[in-house]
Design a binder for this molecule. Structure first.
Ligand SMILES: Cc1cc2nc3c(=O)[nH]c(=O)nc-3n(C[C@H](O)[C@H](O)[C@H](O)COP(=O)(O)OP(=O)(O)OC[C@H]3O[C@@H](n4cnc5c(N)ncnc54)[C@H](O)[C@@H]3O)c2cc1C
Length: 394
């Protein structure tokens, strides 16, 4: 048995960020346990898109704080070798007339209210940034210049390496099988390698957060949902200089970005395939799925009607009923802090989330209030839903 100040379960991009921030805030004996390897969970499957565009103001605040970390990742970590793989290409989002336009307008106003630069573009201006795309049916186009995409695996391993340099112990291949409870509070974790004690345990287990429910009996509504991602090689390259594009007008609410400098990474922003349990292994992508996405792509990017499929993969989201995360301590079980349920948009929040969860674990005031993200909201009905309704735009 060994004792620690804080134990983190899970070394994905969120757990690694929590671990680094714990050490940076002065925690001495921090232990991270992962049954696999750092960053090899769902973080490795991420599309990596970074934006502050949200209709939920709390998410805007977390994304904005996170962006300031992504844009100076090496300096933030104090590690010259660290890189987030950031491509600062901007973010373009377009809506046709109707409710999506109204939601977009409100979300852009919300971003501006938080001091974020967002511009309204006409179709011609948008086409000058993304000439492979048609905008003739767009009623409103927003452009966020300080946005883009990065590499979630690089960020997870970057946080982890710097955390180790600050003294954090990260043990891979160690599965947490339960929580130790003493006097009505969490006192550590149980593993096949023995017990590890700590007065605070932070769970950043993503789709495996359902284990918390099994261990404690506290209902945690996080469901695993598989999503499909395609890389297309079109006749016209989708270059790194071209912005990420969100198409609110397509049936699947497509998102697209440059991939490998010439290809298009594309996926749908609607509900995916519900899985019976947590499993981030590869799933099938049938020809019907490819055609379904390809039809939407060629409606928006005419020259991509002749695009070829370069590669494809699946990834799994940890989805909550309002598509927003559960963050913070549980009043009913002192000593346990949760960071899960990121619902397909957790990478862009991970630096700021890591810091607020570390603050919470150490009993410090948090940079932003965690009250809106409390698990309690699923019991009280005070869900965290913005103008876009439930979904990953949030
Ligand atoms: C296809 C896809 C596209 C995405 N695109 C974007 C995007 O464009 N932008 C964006 O912001 N977000 C995106 N996301 C979401 C984002 O990638 C995730 O929210 C984020 O990576 C989750 O990080 P995590 O640390 O919570 O989870 P994970 O990386 O899954 O880490 C959880 C870790 O916990 C470990 N673990 C679990 N249980 C135990 C246990 N009992 N004992 C020991 N270890 C345990 C696992 O082994 C795993 O390593 C996407 C996700 C997917 C799947």
């Amino acid at each position: 048995m060994s004792s620690h100040d804080v134990i983190v379960i899970g070394a994905g991009v969120v757990g690694a960020s929590v671990a680094w921030h714990l050490a940076a805030l002065g925690a001495r004996r921090v232990l991270v346990l992962d049954r696999g390897q750092v960053g090899a969970g769902t973080s490795a499957q991420s599309s990596g898109i970074l934006r502050t565009h949200y209709s939920v103001p709390e998410n805007v605040a977390l994304a904005r704080r996170s962006w300031t970390v992504f844009e100076r990742f090496a300096a933030y970590l104090g590690d010259d070798e660290a890189s987030a793989g950031l491509v600062r290409c901007g973010y373009l989002i377009a809506a046709p007339d109707g409710p999506k336009r109204d939601a977009l307008q409100a979300a852009l106003a919300g971003q501006r209210a938080q001091g974020i630069t967002v511009n309204l573009l006409d179709a011609q201006q948008a086409a000058s940034l993304l000439p492979i795309c048609r905008f003739d049916d767009a009623a409103l186009i927003g452009h966020e210049p300080e946005a883009g995409f990065a590499d979630a695996y690089l960020v997870a391993t970057g946080f982890a390496r710097s955390a180790r340099r600050l003294g954090v112990q990260i043990r891979e291949g160690v599965e947490v099988q339960g929580l130790c409870l003493e006097g009505g509070r969490v006192a550590g974790v149980v593993t096949p390698q023995g017990r590890f004690t700590a007065p605070v345990v932070v769970s950043t287990q993503n789709i495996w957060a359902c284990e918390i429910e099994r261990w404690t009996g506290i209902a945690l509504p996080v469901a695993a949902e598989r999503h499909k991602v395609l890389a297309l090689q079109g006749p016209d390259p989708y270059t790194r200089e071209m912005p990420v594009y969100k198409d609110l007008g397509s049936p699947g609410m497509l998102y697209c970005r440059s991939y490998g400098g010439t290809q298009m990474l594309v996926s749908e922003g609607v509900a995916g395939q519900a899985l019976p349990g947590p499993d981030n292994g590869p799933g099938d992508i049938g020809m019907d799925d490819v055609l379904h996405i390809a039809e939407q792509v060629s409606a928006r990017f005419p020259s991509y009607a002749t695009a070829g499929l370069a590669s494809s993969w699946t990834g799994v989201y940890d989805v909550t009923p309002d598509w927003n995360p559960v963050l913070g301590a549980l009043p009913e079980l002192p000593g346990l802090v949760l960071g899960c349920g990121f619902s397909g948009h957790g990478f862009k929040l991970s630096p700021a989330v890591g810091r607020v969860l570390a603050q919470c674990a150490l009993g410090l005031p948090t940079d932003v209030s965690l009250a809106p993200y409390a698990l309690e909201r699923f019991r009280s009905g005070a869900l965290l839903v913005g103008r876009y309704g439930v979904g990953a735009v949030s």
